[in-house]
Design a protein around this ligand. Sequence first.
Ligand code: PEP
Ligand code: MG
Length: 588
Amino acid sequence: MRRLTGIGVSPGIVVGRAVIMIQRAQVLRYQIPPGRMEHEISRLEQSRSRSRQQLADIRESLARRRGRKLASLFDAQFLMLDDPMVIPRAAEIIRNQRVNAEWAVQQVFHELSAVFDEVADPYLRERRGEIADLVGRLNMNLRQGLETPRDLLRELDESSVLIADELTPSLAAQVDWTKVRGFATDAGSRTYHTAILARSLEVPAVVGLHNASRSIEAGQLVVVDGSGNELIVDPSDEVLAGVARHADDRRPAVNVDAERRRPATTADGVRVRLDANIEFPDDLAAARYAGAEGIGLYRSEFLFTSAACDIADEDQQYEIYRGMLAGMAPGSVTIRTFDVDEDQLASYVANRDVSAWAAKEDRGSRQGLRGLRLSLSRPELFQVQLRALLRAAGHGALRIMFPFVSGVEQVRDARRLVTETAAELARRGESVPPVPIGVMIEVPAAAYTADLLAREVDFFTIGTNDLIQYCLAVDRADERVSRLYQPLHPAILRMIVMVRRAAARHRIPVSLCGEMASDPALLALLVGLGLRELSMTPGAIPIAKQVLAEAHSGELRAMARRILRMATVDEIERELFSALARLSHAGE
Ligand code: PEP
Ligand code: MG
């Protein structure tokens, strides 16, 4: 038995057989039952014959256009296809390790690369590139007919646990979580988007495990303990008995049914608005069920991961927004315009071939061209979304929110586009009701200029997930520095207060939708700091209501005042937890 310690991002404990996914290399490793061994080997053979045919075609066409000499460059790959170190070796790996063909081919690549790396002759070392090319081709042909990782995952047992180097939200969104019981990743931190998803899916998860995906064998029995921050490999009988006991008495911590109907108030009757953060239109049901008053953040960029929506298609987007607004009415729905970066847009463009959006100019490494900045640099994309949103506005209480804003100019430019789009719709005879326009405060520059931004917009939403990482210079997905990702850092608390005051002075509403709000202890502090609107993952809402119902707003304010005078995260944490312990005893 081996225990690996990480960061539990979604509570619960599950046991299952490990399925390994190396997302960076796009390969999945899983154990195949003995009866499927021959099927796996025949897939490998089919991939070899397809690859042989493709190489022959390429060689033929090159010879015709450029001459035999160039065509002979492919001879080496032909020879490799028949080399005992390649296909026969991959078949041996399938038999010995009972793994899938993709993984076996990848192993062959590692073995051959290691040999070539030791060769001094630069000419021979060059051949390593050809092996990579051939392996890529074999893997591509193995994937034929299997469209997505979801198709691969369909073949798995019911009780699988996914162990991955990283799990992007788009892949997480494709996984069939009725079969995959939990997941663990090498990368990640509490606010990593996938962790947010795990919590909404209620799948136990542990992240930040460094090299779990390399040190665990496919098929090994593992326990994901999201509450205990652990991944247990080859658990003892005692541990397994504990997991089974836990599964038996897994009761919700609060009486969800009673809680969800009650509006959120503190013990002394101060109303706090609780909204839901959602990623998919289907999450609306979960938000309503959890008792959300509205949607405080719809991350519309998740449409990029949906096969059902082409983001170039205004009508498809309109239908989705209309359905959400009608489904949540009379509650409001805050739709954040696409928060993607240039690479994400480029890969969407490449896969969908929406060539009109492909940047003509050099895409280079313009890191940070993301959110509203990217939308403003692609007005044709932005206007499709704005038209769809404004057309849907009549069907409910829409608020439009811009992400990743760092200056007043961007807001003015975006508002101008909204006005122009509304005028264009009016010319087409479509009436557009007034729609509140707000911004996310998630870049330190926006927090520092909140008083200036407040004059330009109708509401603020503080996005602490990004605000923390940019203010503290800590990449939220990098597990090496995730300890420094501290929501309770005095700088963060001061910024929140600064933004709240700017909003109050200009009489605009301010909400907070970062992961901080989903944590009941931090939520109590946020209310103490004066926030009255919070948006969180739907599953956190019933517990938030219960915590607030037990707290007195005056005591929360006094606690927040003490905390604002403290210099270190340790002191703040101690004060927060002891104050909350006193509050909960007082309620007994
Ligand atoms: C945030 O930055 O706090 C936020 C809610 O946005 P996202 O997590 O989607 O970046
Ligand atoms: Mg953000």
